[in-house]
Design a protein around this ligand. Structure first.
Ligand SMILES: [Zn+2]
Length: 76
């Protein structure tokens, strides 16, 4: 995984935005440029996968979101 924790948080925010607003223009989680390409490659119902690519900075990463009941204790 090449995303830092902050970049991952911004990536997840962009994914959530896309879910709510399919036509929304997204910002790159790394450089902040608009025009982030987000591709849904999910294998529901097991997991969600999103491929993020930014033409401005060359970001090219995949984000994995596990589905199912939340794990006890959550993150951290
Ligand atoms: Zn970028």
């Amino acid at each position: 995984m090449g995303l830092s924790r902050d970049e991952l948080l911004r990536a997840l925010a962009a994914i959530a935005r896309r879910r709510d607003e399919p036509e929304a223009v997204l910002d790159c989680p790394r450089c902040g440029a608009t025009g982030l390409a987000l591709a849904d490659r999910s294998a529901r119902p097991h997991a969600e996968w999103y491929h993020l690519a930014c033409p401005a900075c060359g970001l090219n990463e995949t984000v994995h979101i596990p589905l199912g009941p939340p794990a006890a204790g959550g993150f951290d």
